[in-house]
Design a protein around this ligand. Structure first.
Ligand code: SAH
Length: 455
């Protein structure tokens, strides 16, 4: 029997999909934080559960050649990144294996070929959106990131994966909060004002939006804040107060008040401009987004004659990328504000053969199909929970030549591919893209082609 605080020599034989090392003691699986497959460590058991235990490294007997020094000083305490102890190359190999494991085990796609993960040339400072929780530290207000599986705030001046302007904006807001004794929010008592500082940066345009998430729309001494941010933040185009007076973990509320500048900022991806607002979804890594979208359009195999459905289209980014090569694009998205932004984005880019429908893809697509509308190519980019069964069933009936599946979650991707594979679609290409370097997340683009009629 394993007990807490015991120390063992453990050979690390595998890696969980969260990036923990896996070994065995007395036949029981032990997950070792920060260990890499191939290593031999001395580790102390910190938790014992029914089927597994969790351990922490005390010392190394054999180190992996792929072990490296994390570039972030708070890596061990912060919940943001979890692969910084590996070389970048090793993280890409790890992510590819995660995709293979899911497609084989959940998707039943034994022996499927998965392309090497497309990584970044310089995997630093890649995020265009930062969300810093604000709270009370031992010596006054702090802002940073949550520790893993916790709401303890880890204070950081700088974060190596955020745009430097995001850090600067956060530090400036914190300085304002401290100097003017603005009350910060306390989750336990639900008292106080400032909950989060959210910063969005248009990498290509340089436009910056600073959002203060607050329990009240009234920010004391707000004029001081505006002039401080104007003085310090290059490219500042918008300051917004987002009101969130609800308890719980959702960061943003629904009400926005513009304190300074514009209500939205703009970014450019490739040749296209996109409007970014406080609430709308926009991919967080612009360099890799371009890689991802170009892959999706390449896999769509467009010749100019196709009708393309872009489902879960957000603000219409993929729709407009595909529009240049398609006869017609139909985007479907459930959030009304995103659909309105998609329409404005089409207009802004002078694209007039893209139409957008608001509603759940699983409701809208069956309705369009009933009305006789059909797609030659369907692109889907669902949230983590994947596609709804009703949608997949409708797509199978509609029988487009190609389905391009963009996914941020390999397990639901695998589940949905299994359904399509059982109904006449063959996976042709699986391309993972590293959208979230140093985290265990991986994005994939998959091409499935119709090879036989439904059985
Ligand atoms: N393709 C876009 C957005 C992808 S994120 C981009 O690359 O920017 C997934 C989007 O699906 C979000 O905008 C979310 O609002 C939307 N969504 C979630 N559930 C949905 C559903 N059932 N039907 C349609 N859209 C949905």
């Amino acid at each position: 029997m394993i007990a807490k605080n015991q120390v063992f020599e453990i050979e690390i034989t595998g890696q969980t999909h969260e990036g923990l090392g896996v070994g065995r003691v007395d036949g029981m699986a032990v997950f070792v934080q920060g260990a890499i497959a191939g290593e031999k460590v001395v580790a102390k058991i910190i938790k014992v559960l029914k089927n597994y235990a969790v351990a922490r490294i005390e010392s190394f007997i054999e180190k992996s050649p792929d072990r490296t020094e994390p570039f972030c000083p708070v890596y061990k305490r912060c919940g943001g990144c979890n692969l910084q102890h590996m070389t970048y190359e090793r993280t890409l190999q790890f992510k590819r294996q995660v995709v293979i494991d899911n497609l084989e085990r959940i998707g039943g796609l034994e022996g499927i070929h998965v392309e090497p993960v497309i990584g970044m040339e310089t995997p630093r400072r890649y995020r265009n959106k930062a969300q810093y929780p604000v709270g009370m530290g031992d010596n006054g207000p702090i802002a940073g990131f949550f520790a893993p599986r916790s709401h303890e705030i880890i204070q950081t001046e700088e974060c190596g994966i955020q745009h430097p302007t995001s850090d600067l904006a956060k530090n400036t807001v914190l300085e304002f909060i401290r100097a003017n004794r603005i009350p910060v929010y306390d989750e336990l008592t639900h008292k106080g004002l400032i909950r989060h500082v959210v910063v969005k940066v248009g990498f290509a345009t340089g436009e910056v939006m600073v959002i203060l998430v607050s329990t009240s729309s009234i920010i004391p001494k707000k004029d001081k804040l505006v002039s401080l941010l104007k003085e310090r933040i290059p490219g500042l185009a918008s300051i917004v107060v987002n009101v969130n007076d609800k308890t719980g973990n959702v960061i943003l509320g629904s009400k926005n008040i513009t304190l300074y500048g514009k209500d939205t900022i703009e970014d450019k991806l490739g040749d296209l401009f996109f409007e970014i607002s406080p609430l709308s979804f926009y991919q967080i890594n612009p360099e890799q987004t371009l890689v991802l979208y170009n892959k999706a359009v390449e896999y769509a195999g467009l010749t100019g004659k196709e009708t393309v459905f872009d489902l879960y289209c957000g603000i219409g980014t993929i729709s407009l990328f595909a529009a240049g090569k398609a006869k017609k694009v139909i985007g479907v998205e459930s959030v009304p504000e995103a659909v309105e932004a998609a329409r404005r984005n089409a207009e802004r880019n002078r694209i007039n053969h893209a139409e957008f429908y608001c509603g759940n893809a699983e409701d809208v697509v069956p309705e369009l199909y009933r009305q006789g509308m059909k797609a030659d190519v369907v692109i889907v980019d669902p949230p983590r929970k994947g596609c709804d069964e009703v949608l997949l069933k409708t797509l199978i009936e509609m029988a487009p030549q190609r389905i391009v599946y963009v996914s941020c979650n390999p397990s639901t991707l695998a589940r949905d591919m299994k359904v399509l594979h059982g109904s006449g679609y063959e996976p042709q290409k699986v391309q993972p893209v590293d959208m979230f370097p140093w985290t265990n997340h991986v994005e994939c683009v998959v091409l499935m082609s119709k090879v036989k009629n439904q059985v």
